[in-house]
Design a protein around this ligand. Structure first.
Ligand SMILES: Cc1ncc(COP(=O)(O)O)c(C=O)c1O
Length: 365
């Protein structure tokens, strides 16, 4: 690595990129996570060398030895953030340093090397520069960036690996939930928990998502869009959704979200919403909310709105809640005014349609 945390990237453009006509066809309805750009970034790590061999090259399968440690012990972490096209044709990222910091925190929890934040943000710039034509221009569209890192050492044995591969791929996306902004239905899992105290819940590691899949499948079987996990100790308090944090909006204008106790992912959208809500004059509280409280307050009408938030779905109203013993609506099943105002405020800042008093938006191109 030269010049402190700065890496020099070798650029090898894809010799056979997708044609402009085919790309335009793919971009008309990209969906979410289905199509990918022409390139990827890779950076290698070895204990003896540090970070080395940073490249931008054609997106291609990654050859892997069957004894690569990740395939056995799941040392893997990832991030997710979006690049947005601005009205003047530029490109921005939303709080990429926050993703870089979370990537470091995830690496530390999984006994992996920390990629310097500057190398993380530079890697994003590199793929955006070379694949800029893949960024959708419509208002719901963006380029979803997926940085990830895994143990590539060829070794069987339970200990931290000494070789890793960091990679960034990019996927043009539309809305996460098909049908635009309409309230989703959630399933409160009675049997499965996501993360226990002292576990890996606050790390963005693949294993957390593997553990959530059976519960998410159960949610779909019950006609729900997402699963809600309760705390692993008492099975009483709301932790988060399979891939989103959750907020409760009360009739006195207070917003409440579960605290960061180590079992939930510290969402960057969550943190942004706390800031925006306080700036809009709401009282905000980070405190445990029990499922019993959620039910009782929805029934009494004290609880007016509930929403989920995360990079993929931005801010999405939760209209209906199902659980083994029944179901109930929140806010009559309609999107709430506070939810939609916060969503608009956040999207306006992210897309450069409103001033950014927080320094959250990074211009990349
Ligand atoms: C489990 C989980 N919780 C919350 C979030 C929201 O985090 P962010 O707002 O940083 O996207 C995500 C998505 O990254 C997630 O996977």
């Amino acid at each position: 690595m030269s010049g402190g945390d700065k890496l020099d990237f070798e650029i090898r453009p894809n010799p056979a990129p997708v044609s402009a006509a085919d790309r335009a066809a793919l971009l008309t309805n990209p969906g979410f996570g289905r199509i990918f750009t022409d390139h990827m970034v890779t950076i290698r790590y070895a204990d003896a060398k540090g970070w080395y061999d940073a490249r931008v090259e054609a997106r291609a399968p990654i050859p892997m030895d069957p004894a690569a440690a990740v395939l056995h012990y799941a040392q893997e972490i990832f991030e997710g953030l979006k690049a947005y096209r601005t009205a003047d044709g530029g490109v921005t990222l939303f709080r990429p340093e926050a993703n870089a910091a979370r990537f470091v925190a995830s690496a530390q929890r999984m006994a992996m090397p920390a990629l310097p934040p500057q190398a993380f943000v530079d890697s994003l710039r590199r793929i955006i520069e070379i694949d800029r034509e893949w960024i959708p221009t419509d208002t719901d569209g963006s380029l979803y960036l997926r940085p990830f890192m895994f143990a590539s050492e060829v070794f069987l044995g339970v200990r931290p690996a000494n070789e890793y591969l960091y990679t960034v791929i990019a996927s043009p996306v539309g809305a996460y939930f098909s049908g635009g902004v309409k309230p989703v239905t959630v399933w409160v899992s009675p049997d499965y928990t996501r993360a226990a105290p002292g576990g890996t819940g606050a790390a963005k590691c693949g294993g957390n998502y593997a553990a959530s899949l059976v519960a998410q499948a159960e949610a779909i079987e019950h006609g729900c869009d997402q699963v809600v996990f309760l705390d692993a100790v008492e099975r009483r308090f709301v932790d988060e959704l399979g891939g989103m944090n959750v907020f409760f909006v009360y009739d006195d204008g207070t917003l409440v979200t579960p605290p960061l106790t180590g079992t939930i992912l510290p969402g960057i959208t969550r943190e942004s919403v706390l800031t925006l809500a306080a700036a809009a004059g709401h009282r905000v509280e980070e405190r445990p909310v029990s499922f019993a409280e959620w039910q009782a307050d929805a029934a009494s009408g004290r609880l007016r709105e509930v929403f989920a938030c995360g990079t993929a779905a931005v801010i999405t109203p939760i209209g209906e809640v199902k659980f083994p013993d029944g179901e109930f609506l929140v806010g009559g099943g309609e999107p709430g005014a506070v939810t939609m105002a916060l969503r608009q405020r956040l999207v306006d800042i992210q897309r450069g349609d409103a001033p950014d008093p927080y320094g959250w938006v990074t211009r990349v191109l």
